[in-house]
Unconditional design. Structure first.
Length: 238
Protein backbone atom coordinates (compact mmCIF):
# COMPACT_ATOMS: atom_id res chain seq x y z
CA UNK A 1 0.00 0.00 0.00
CA UNK A 2 2.17 2.88 1.29
CA UNK A 3 4.50 3.66 4.15
CA UNK A 4 3.76 6.51 6.53
CA UNK A 5 6.76 8.40 7.95
CA UNK A 6 7.57 8.10 11.64
CA UNK A 7 5.09 10.70 12.85
CA UNK A 8 6.32 10.64 16.46
CA UNK A 9 9.86 11.32 15.31
CA UNK A 10 8.71 14.15 13.04
CA UNK A 11 6.70 15.71 15.87
CA UNK A 12 9.61 15.41 18.30
CA UNK A 13 11.99 17.05 15.83
CA UNK A 14 9.44 19.80 15.16
CA UNK A 15 9.11 20.51 18.88
CA UNK A 16 12.86 21.00 19.32
CA UNK A 17 13.34 22.83 16.00
CA UNK A 18 10.42 25.24 16.20
CA UNK A 19 12.43 28.21 17.45
CA UNK A 20 15.15 27.59 14.87
CA UNK A 21 12.54 27.58 12.13
CA UNK A 22 10.91 30.73 13.49
CA UNK A 23 14.32 32.48 13.45
CA UNK A 24 14.83 31.24 9.90
CA UNK A 25 11.66 33.02 8.81
CA UNK A 26 12.83 36.23 10.48
CA UNK A 27 16.45 36.14 9.27
CA UNK A 28 16.26 34.19 6.02
CA UNK A 29 19.02 31.90 7.31
CA UNK A 30 18.49 28.29 8.34
CA UNK A 31 21.19 25.84 9.41
CA UNK A 32 23.79 28.52 8.62
CA UNK A 33 22.63 28.73 5.01
CA UNK A 34 20.74 31.43 3.13
CA UNK A 35 17.21 30.29 2.29
CA UNK A 36 16.53 30.20 -1.44
CA UNK A 37 13.38 30.12 -3.53
CA UNK A 38 11.83 26.67 -3.67
CA UNK A 39 11.37 26.99 -7.44
CA UNK A 40 15.13 26.93 -7.96
CA UNK A 41 14.82 29.95 -10.23
CA UNK A 42 16.85 33.05 -9.54
CA UNK A 43 14.54 35.74 -10.87
CA UNK A 44 15.50 38.28 -8.21
CA UNK A 45 13.36 40.36 -5.93
CA UNK A 46 12.20 40.08 -2.36
CA UNK A 47 12.14 36.62 -0.81
CA UNK A 48 9.11 35.53 1.18
CA UNK A 49 9.71 33.05 4.04
CA UNK A 50 6.81 31.23 5.68
CA UNK A 51 6.50 28.39 8.17
CA UNK A 52 4.73 25.28 6.96
CA UNK A 53 2.94 22.69 9.09
CA UNK A 54 1.27 19.32 8.89
CA UNK A 55 -1.90 18.03 10.56
CA UNK A 56 -0.03 15.94 13.12
CA UNK A 57 1.15 18.68 15.49
CA UNK A 58 0.95 22.41 16.17
CA UNK A 59 4.68 22.96 15.64
CA UNK A 60 6.06 23.97 12.22
CA UNK A 61 7.80 21.32 10.15
CA UNK A 62 9.78 23.59 7.86
CA UNK A 63 10.16 26.88 6.02
CA UNK A 64 8.89 27.56 2.52
CA UNK A 65 10.75 30.28 0.63
CA UNK A 66 9.46 31.95 -2.54
CA UNK A 67 10.14 35.14 -4.38
CA UNK A 68 7.27 37.55 -3.83
CA UNK A 69 6.91 37.68 -7.61
CA UNK A 70 6.36 33.91 -7.78
CA UNK A 71 3.89 33.96 -4.89
CA UNK A 72 1.81 36.75 -6.43
CA UNK A 73 1.58 34.91 -9.76
CA UNK A 74 1.40 31.26 -8.77
CA UNK A 75 0.31 31.35 -5.13
CA UNK A 76 0.92 28.32 -2.94
CA UNK A 77 3.20 25.83 -4.73
CA UNK A 78 2.28 22.22 -5.50
CA UNK A 79 2.41 19.97 -2.47
CA UNK A 80 1.08 22.61 -0.07
CA UNK A 81 -2.24 24.28 0.64
CA UNK A 82 -3.48 27.10 2.82
CA UNK A 83 -6.25 26.25 5.27
CA UNK A 84 -9.04 28.80 4.92
CA UNK A 85 -9.98 28.23 8.56
CA UNK A 86 -6.70 28.45 10.52
CA UNK A 87 -4.77 30.32 7.78
CA UNK A 88 -1.76 28.02 8.10
CA UNK A 89 0.35 26.74 5.21
CA UNK A 90 0.27 22.93 5.31
CA UNK A 91 1.79 20.03 3.43
CA UNK A 92 -0.84 18.37 1.23
CA UNK A 93 0.13 14.81 2.07
CA UNK A 94 2.97 12.44 2.97
CA UNK A 95 1.31 9.39 1.42
CA UNK A 96 -1.66 8.75 -0.86
CA UNK A 97 -4.01 10.18 1.81
CA UNK A 98 -4.73 13.90 1.47
CA UNK A 99 -4.75 16.13 4.56
CA UNK A 100 -7.41 18.59 3.42
CA UNK A 101 -11.09 18.64 2.59
CA UNK A 102 -13.68 21.24 1.67
CA UNK A 103 -16.24 22.90 3.92
CA UNK A 104 -19.80 23.96 3.10
CA UNK A 105 -18.43 27.08 1.41
CA UNK A 106 -16.24 24.92 -0.87
CA UNK A 107 -13.16 26.29 0.89
CA UNK A 108 -10.11 24.09 1.36
CA UNK A 109 -9.48 23.41 5.05
CA UNK A 110 -7.12 21.12 6.92
CA UNK A 111 -8.40 17.94 8.58
CA UNK A 112 -7.74 19.33 12.07
CA UNK A 113 -10.12 22.22 11.48
CA UNK A 114 -12.55 19.93 9.66
CA UNK A 115 -12.63 17.52 12.61
CA UNK A 116 -13.41 20.33 15.05
CA UNK A 117 -16.31 21.51 12.90
CA UNK A 118 -17.61 18.00 12.23
CA UNK A 119 -17.85 16.81 15.82
CA UNK A 120 -19.64 19.93 17.14
CA UNK A 121 -22.45 19.54 14.59
CA UNK A 122 -25.16 17.54 16.34
CA UNK A 123 -26.61 16.47 12.97
CA UNK A 124 -23.55 14.27 12.45
CA UNK A 125 -24.19 12.21 15.58
CA UNK A 126 -26.24 9.02 15.90
CA UNK A 127 -28.34 8.59 19.01
CA UNK A 128 -27.69 5.14 20.40
CA UNK A 129 -31.22 3.86 20.59
CA UNK A 130 -32.34 0.61 18.99
CA UNK A 131 -34.58 2.58 16.64
CA UNK A 132 -31.84 4.93 15.44
CA UNK A 133 -29.28 2.17 15.04
CA UNK A 134 -31.76 0.13 12.99
CA UNK A 135 -32.00 2.85 10.33
CA UNK A 136 -28.22 3.10 9.82
CA UNK A 137 -27.92 2.12 6.16
CA UNK A 138 -25.06 2.22 3.69
CA UNK A 139 -26.29 5.65 2.58
CA UNK A 140 -25.86 6.86 6.16
CA UNK A 141 -22.38 5.34 6.30
CA UNK A 142 -21.42 7.05 3.03
CA UNK A 143 -22.17 10.42 4.62
CA UNK A 144 -19.30 9.99 7.10
CA UNK A 145 -16.65 12.63 6.44
CA UNK A 146 -12.91 12.19 6.12
CA UNK A 147 -11.75 14.42 8.97
CA UNK A 148 -9.09 12.20 10.57
CA UNK A 149 -5.98 10.79 8.93
CA UNK A 150 -3.95 7.73 9.80
CA UNK A 151 -2.01 8.43 13.05
CA UNK A 152 -3.63 11.85 13.42
CA UNK A 153 -4.37 12.84 17.02
CA UNK A 154 -8.04 12.40 17.86
CA UNK A 155 -9.75 15.53 19.25
CA UNK A 156 -10.05 15.49 23.03
CA UNK A 157 -13.85 15.58 22.88
CA UNK A 158 -14.10 12.11 21.37
CA UNK A 159 -12.48 8.70 21.63
CA UNK A 160 -12.24 5.76 19.25
CA UNK A 161 -14.58 2.89 20.09
CA UNK A 162 -14.20 0.49 17.15
CA UNK A 163 -14.18 0.52 13.40
CA UNK A 164 -14.16 -1.34 10.09
CA UNK A 165 -12.22 -1.24 6.83
CA UNK A 166 -14.27 -1.17 3.63
CA UNK A 167 -13.40 -1.75 0.01
CA UNK A 168 -13.55 1.64 -1.68
CA UNK A 169 -15.23 0.20 -4.79
CA UNK A 170 -17.87 -2.13 -3.33
CA UNK A 171 -18.27 -0.88 0.23
CA UNK A 172 -17.85 -4.46 1.39
CA UNK A 173 -15.82 -5.50 4.40
CA UNK A 174 -12.12 -6.00 3.67
CA UNK A 175 -11.29 -9.53 4.73
CA UNK A 176 -7.59 -9.60 3.77
CA UNK A 177 -5.09 -7.81 1.60
CA UNK A 178 -6.63 -9.41 -1.48
CA UNK A 179 -10.29 -10.10 -0.65
CA UNK A 180 -13.34 -8.02 0.23
CA UNK A 181 -17.07 -8.62 0.24
CA UNK A 182 -18.88 -7.84 -3.00
CA UNK A 183 -21.68 -5.86 -1.31
CA UNK A 184 -21.87 -3.45 1.65
CA UNK A 185 -24.38 -5.62 3.54
CA UNK A 186 -21.79 -7.03 5.93
CA UNK A 187 -20.34 -3.57 6.51
CA UNK A 188 -23.73 -2.22 7.56
CA UNK A 189 -24.29 -5.19 9.85
CA UNK A 190 -20.86 -4.82 11.44
CA UNK A 191 -21.25 -1.11 12.07
CA UNK A 192 -24.69 -1.63 13.57
CA UNK A 193 -23.19 -4.27 15.85
CA UNK A 194 -20.47 -1.83 16.94
CA UNK A 195 -23.09 0.85 17.63
CA UNK A 196 -25.04 -1.60 19.77
CA UNK A 197 -21.88 -2.39 21.74
CA UNK A 198 -21.26 1.31 22.19
CA UNK A 199 -24.79 1.65 23.56
CA UNK A 200 -24.23 -1.27 25.94
CA UNK A 201 -21.10 0.55 27.19
CA UNK A 202 -23.32 3.40 28.45
CA UNK A 203 -22.68 5.79 25.59
CA UNK A 204 -25.65 7.87 24.49
CA UNK A 205 -24.45 8.80 21.02
CA UNK A 206 -21.75 8.02 18.47
CA UNK A 207 -20.34 9.54 15.33
CA UNK A 208 -19.02 7.86 12.18
CA UNK A 209 -15.72 9.25 10.90
CA UNK A 210 -13.60 8.29 7.93
CA UNK A 211 -10.25 8.00 9.69
CA UNK A 212 -8.09 6.55 6.95
CA UNK A 213 -8.03 6.67 3.15
CA UNK A 214 -5.98 4.11 1.27
CA UNK A 215 -5.56 3.46 -2.41
CA UNK A 216 -8.25 0.77 -2.52
CA UNK A 217 -9.85 0.91 0.92
CA UNK A 218 -11.30 3.25 3.50
CA UNK A 219 -11.49 2.88 7.27
CA UNK A 220 -14.56 4.08 9.15
CA UNK A 221 -14.33 4.54 12.88
CA UNK A 222 -17.11 4.70 15.42
CA UNK A 223 -16.27 7.42 17.93
CA UNK A 224 -18.04 8.25 21.16
CA UNK A 225 -17.76 11.22 23.51
CA UNK A 226 -14.67 11.11 25.72
CA UNK A 227 -15.10 10.62 29.46
CA UNK A 228 -15.41 14.35 30.13
CA UNK A 229 -18.09 14.73 27.45
CA UNK A 230 -19.95 11.45 27.94
CA UNK A 231 -23.38 12.84 28.88
CA UNK A 232 -25.63 14.67 26.46
CA UNK A 233 -27.15 17.99 27.29
CA UNK A 234 -30.96 17.82 27.41
CA UNK A 235 -31.22 20.23 24.48
CA UNK A 236 -29.09 17.91 22.33
CA UNK A 237 -31.52 15.07 22.92
CA UNK A 238 -34.50 17.02 21.60
Amino acid sequence: MWSLPDIQRLNSEAYFNRRKLERGVQTGILNHQQLRCESGKNCGGVLRHELWFDIFSSNPKGVLTQYEHHFEIYGVPDGFFRCEECDRLLVENYTWERYSTTNEKSEQICLRCAAEQYIVDNDNWIRLTDEDIAVVTFEVIRQARHVLAVEMTVPAEIRFFDGVTLDSATGGLVRSFTTADATPDSSVAMLREILHRAKESDNERAILIVDGLYQFAVSIGVYVPSTNHAKLDEKELQ
